[in-house]
Design a protein around this ligand. Structure first.
Ligand code: DHK
Length: 146
C-alpha cells in the first residue's frame, strides 16, 4: 500500500506554543500520532520543515511514491509558486490544510497559490482537523479524485 504524505510548513514545529489563541495547545508530535491512528494500516510519511526546498523535495518524493498528500504549507501558501509547480506534478489527491480559517484572518492570508491545484481545502477545524483530513484523503484516494 502506497503511503500518504502529511507535510507541514514553516513555524509549525512551534505548534502548541505558537499563538495558542489561533493555533491551539496541541503539539505537532501529538498531531502526528492522531494522523497515524486515523490512517490505520495506511503508511504515513509525516514531515515538517521551515525550508521551502525541503518541502518541495518531499513533494517530489510523493510524486514517485505516494497515494495522496495533505499539506499545511503555512506561510508558503501565499508566497510559493515553486511549491505550486511541484504540487501540479502530483497525480493523486491533494488536501490543502490550515489549522485556522485563513479567510477570516488578515488579507495576506486570503490568496492561496496552493489552492490553484489542490483537490480540496480544509481550514478552521483546529489541529483536531488533521485526522479528519486523513479520512477525507482516504475517500479521495478510493474515488481516484484529483
Ligand atoms: C499556518 C500558518 O503558519 C500561517 O502562515 C497560515 C496556517 C495559516 C494555519 O492556519 O495552519 O496562514
Amino acid at each position: 500500500m502506497k503511503p500518504i504524505y502529511i507535510l507541514n510548513g514553516p513555524n509549525l514545529n512551534r505548534l502548541g506554543k505558537r499563538e495558542p489563541d489561533i493555533y491551539g495547545l496541541i503539539t505537532l508530535s501529538e498531531v502526528e500520532q492522531m494522523c497515524r491512528d486515523a490512517a490505520g494500516e495506511r503508511p504515513v510519511e509525516f514531515h515538517q520543515s521551515n525550508s521551502e526546498e525541503r518541502l518541495i523535495e518531499w513533494v517530489h518524493e510523493a510524486i514517485d511514491e505516494g497515494a495522496g498528500i495533505i499539506i499545511n504549507p503555512a506561510a508558503f501558501t501565499f508566497t510559493s509558486i515553486a511549491l505550486l509547480d511541484a504540487l501540479k506534478m502530483f497525480k493523486g489527491p491533494i488536501i490543502e490544510f490550515h489549522i485556522s480559517n485563513v479567510h477570516r484572518r488578515e488579507s495576506i492570508y486570503h490568496r492561496s497559490y496552493v489552492s490553484m491545484t489542490a483537490t480540496t481545502v480544509m481550514a478552521g477545524l483546529g489541529a483536531q482537523g488533521y485526522p479528519m483530513a486523513v479520512q477525507a484523503l482516504e475517500s479521495l484516494i478510493a474515488r481516484e479524485m484529483r
